[in-house]
Design a protein around this ligand. Structure first.
Ligand SMILES: *Cc1c(COP(=O)(O)O)cnc(C)c1O
Length: 432
């Protein structure tokens, strides 16, 4: 595989951008190679600047549920752009988008648009704090909620300790307000709530985790979180930045039939443009300025291009009643194919999948939380990733990320990917 142009662009990029990239995971560090610079994409395919072609399972980390450069989305953006790209004043597009989200997502009665998932989660916890007058929050180890100070936290040692910064620059005073529980362990959440009676403003959770690889909730976990929050007056926030419009039009909350108090969105909701949103019960959302006292604003929030890309993406999905069923079928075929390959080659592996989100973990453990995800053989994943790239398959450059199937993936591409998987696994074993 010739990657000369990518390599030289990377060298150049490192002179003017920290680490050569605008978001760390793009640097391919955990798979031990230089990143590929992308020239263009269409449907489920990507082309790098050296002309190599790949079937893409990253989907720009989630948004590309229709594949890349969907003709209807591109045409809608083009049309709206001709009339101006931002006004800093309200537009009908924002109203249409808000109405659509409220119609599709069971627990959302009102919604505020922002520009990224990070902004959405930051705003949602500010709102929970404003509402409850409490300052502490609980998150689960291994869940990612963007790069806000309150979320870049690792668990302190021992159950009694508070969170500590997971990055220089995060004030310890803020870190102490974030307490870390274990995903899929309601006992660990209850223990923290008991130790901090009437002090917890919110519990924020990815209802299906995508950010330690795909880790679905065990039976009862989300239900128990819901009843615990109701009992203790805690705001339950589902971070559906990844799962929203991915697992169903109503997200994970529709799939599992649980109503959180607040929900955060991003990724698919922007149809490939920078968008986030947070929404929930009307009485809670009314606290947001200017209808209430909690301040939150944005120069480009509700931007016409972004609203259009998101609205058109959701409209395309809405037109096909079987959209999610078809997506799930393809994703399942991929899972079954991979599982057969690892079994016949005798490779210890666990596959987690829900809908069109999945991860093949190189571990024999059942992966249900961060601790068990960490039992994966990341060196083997790195070798496998590189071998898949050679086969023309573009996977997430880390073991701890979910892979996505889009409606643009054809059955033929899925079959090709399963054959590539077998070859890549064989090559990985030979190299060990
Ligand atoms: C991607 C992601 C975020 C952060 O969104 P950005 O748009 O990258 O800021 C937050 N929460 C979850 C669950 C995510 O997957």
């Amino acid at each position: 595989m010739n990657t000369k142009t990518s390599n030289s662009l990377f060298e150049r990029a490192k002179q003017s951008i920290p680490g050569g990239v605008n978001s760390p995971v793009r640097a391919f560090k955990s798979v031990g190679r230089n990143p590929l610079f992308i020239a263009k994409a269409a449907g489920a395919k990507l082309w790098d600047v050296d002309g190599n072609e790949y079937i893409d399972y990253v989907g720009t980390w989630g948004p590309a549920i229709l594949g890349h450069a969907h003709p209807r989305v591109i045409e809608a953006i083009r049309k709206v752009a001709m009339d101006g790209t931002s006004f800093g004043a309200p537009t009908e597009l924002e109203v249409k988008m808000a109405e659509l989200i409220c119609r599709l997502v069971p627990s959302v009665e009102m919604v505020r648009m922002v520009n990224s998932g990070t902004e959405a989660t930051m705003s949602a916890i500010r709102l929970a704090r404003a509402l409850t007058g409490r300052e502490k929050i609980i998150k689960c180890e291994g869940c990612y909620h963007g790069h806000g100070d309150s979320f870049l936290i690792k668990a302190g040692s021992g159950a009694m300790t508070f969170g500590v910064p997971d990055s220089p620059g995060v004030p310890s005073a803020i870190a102490r307000l974030t307490l870390t529980a274990r995903f899929n362990s309601i006992e660990s959440v209850k223990e923290i709530v008991d130790q901090n009676k009437h002090e917890i403003a919110a519990i924020i959770v990815e209802p299906v985790v995508g950010n330690m690889g795909c880790v679905p909730p065990v039976d009862g976990f989300l239900e128990n979180l819901r009843s615990l929050c109701t009992k203790e007056g805690i705001i339950l926030i589902f971070d559906e930045v990844m799962t929203g419009f991915r697992l169903a039009l109503g997200g994970a909350q529709e799939r599992y039939n649980i109503q959180p108090d607040l929900t955060t969105f991003g990724k698919i909701i922007g149809g490939g443009l920078p968008v986030g949103a947070y929404g929930g019960r009307g009485d809670i959302m009314q606290i947001v300025a200017p209808s209430g006292p909690m301040y939150q604003a944005g120069t480009l929030s509700g931007n016409p291009l972004a609203m259009t890309a998101g609205f058109e993406t959701l409209s395309v999905i809405l037109e096909d009643e079987k959209f999610y069923q078809k997506l799930e079928k393809k994703s399942q075929a991929l899972e079954v194919g991979f599982a057969e390959n690892v079994r016949s080659l005798g490779i210890p592996a666990t596959s987690n999948r829900i809908g069109s989100m999945s991860t093949l973990f190189f571990t024999s453990s059942n992966v249900r939380d961060y601790q068990s995800a960490l039992t994966s053989d990341t060196k083997r994943y790195a070798a496998y990733f590189n071998a898949m790239l050679e086969e023309g398959i573009y996977l997430a450059p880390s073991q701890f990320e979910a892979g996505f199937v889009s409606s643009a993936h054809t059955d033929e591409m899925i079959e090709k990917t399963i054959r590539a998987n077998r070859k890549a696994l064989e090559r990985t074993l030979r190299a060990e």
